[in-house]
Design a protein around this ligand. Sequence first.
Ligand SMILES: [Mg+2]
Length: 397
Amino acid sequence: MPYKHGKEGMVHGRMRTSLRHVFSKRPQTLNLCPMIASEPVLLNDTNRKIIHIDMDAFFASIEQRDHPELRGRPVAVGHADSRGVVATASYEARAFGVKSAMPSARARMLCPDLVFIEGRMSVYKAVGEEVRGIFRRYTDLVEPVSIDEAYLDVTQNKLGLELGVEVAKRIKADIRRELHLVASAGVSYNKFLAKVASDWRKPDGLCTIHPLRARRFIEQLPVKAFWGVGPVTAEKFEKLGVKTGADLLKMPFSELVAQFGQAGVVYYKFARGIDDRPVQPAHERKSVGCETTYEVDLPDRAFVLEELGRLAQTLEERLRRSRFVGTTLTLKVRYYNFKTVTRSMTAAVPLTEKAAIMRAAAALLTDVDIPARGVRLLGLSVSSPVQQKDARQGELF
Ligand SMILES: [Mg+2]
């Protein structure tokens, strides 16, 4: 880094020299003790109030609600035929060992009286929307995970309620009273713990994990209950002698990373009750764009191209921040006389980077006349969203 000159620069220069002196000793320390050096320094934000809500036996409960003759009986939503699979089982059916994703034939063997119901997806979707409507009475920070599951950030909630558990109680009561359905809720200071808490006492559960009790809760947690630990990972942990959160806590950071790569970092954090992922409300965004009106009209193509470069930079940042991925670029050009033209193109791959956006924008501009009296507004936007499967998991690992 070049030193600045002048009075202020002198001060910076001295500070840098002294810092360099300090840093010069670091590599030796690193060499002596590489494992400790690689341990990350982590901050744990315990001030948030996060709720995870999971509807109990969602599809089956809706069927039992809408068909009183099914209440109290073992019900499976799914195809009864030999190649069918159970989508959701009622709690009466679960008592026989019937589970989601189980082949229907096996389910019928376990529970001969099982009643199969064809799913009514459009009904379930509509009810899911009603549930989300209830959430939004309390907060707009609602992140749906699936049709029957969501995270809510109620740190600041619309009713100004002090405790997360108070919000969770009210939501459960609203769902029961208005929709005649039952939900389980978990409350804690992050998503990982809120999710663990909602699974804790299903059905009709309400469990809070307080920051001061998080450590003890995690210690006794089976490692397979950790987020992202599927059967394969659980087996790998088993071989390493890791069965619980307490075992996981003993695993050095370097070993976790060596064994699990990036996921190891996540397990390391989870074991310490740390999960700083925000609750991300689902914007059903169709496009992301930016535009600028110029105080002085842009006189020619060269100016327009230069400004498009700036807009492409802004657009790249906005796309990244909103996690929007789309393939269509639209260029908007408004002339001095307010006449507006737009040109669009759709790329084979998502437009996420400035260079690609700029190439497409420049190509679109060749098809636009630039009048001698200039251009007063330019805009760029990306649309045609690409559905990213498991985008959230991808971000985690
Ligand atoms: Mg559920």
